[in-house]
Design a protein around this ligand. Sequence first.
Ligand code: GLN
Length: 188
Amino acid sequence: MRIGVLALQGAFAEHIAKLKQTGVDAFEIRQLKDISEHFDGLILPGGESTAMRKLLGDLHLYGPLKEMIQNGLPVFGTCAGMILLAKEIEGEPPCFGTLDITVKRNAYGRQLGSFRCISEFAGKETEMPFIRAPYAERAGDKVVVLSEHEDKIVAVQQENQLATAFHPELTDDTAVYEYFIRMIESRR
Ligand code: GLN
């Protein structure tokens, strides 16, 4: 199994380290030629969604990646990655727009925007670090809500797309990765 991690900006190195720890072959996607070889899944990391969406356009990665996601490539977006996938972003146009949720950016406020909590992910207690995180204010009919924190939606799945508002790559817990790997295996 090979997973490509979008490596334009943000926490991509942490995802790659975590995937390798889980026994998965991971590589960086930095430019168009990096996606010419086969890969089984894609991770959109946390970071700054505004910077990432600009770079996706400048580097001509936006169109091909969107098509791959629409064609069923398993994708996992964390934090800024969740924002990139969302069909609606409060106050701005969507980026990929493939995941039927409405997100609010920096939803916990700028000053107290970072915290850790333990909450359920797909029915399992999981550590969740939030860093200037979004949450989903709405989830469409096809979206399965996997986690809520204080009544806000913070993890979802819609078919081949998984998204978390928190950063599982910054914990020792591998539950979210195992979930994503199972999604990939069930698609192969
Ligand atoms: N606040 C960032 C954004 O809106 C997301 C933060 C993160 O990915 N940790 O893009």
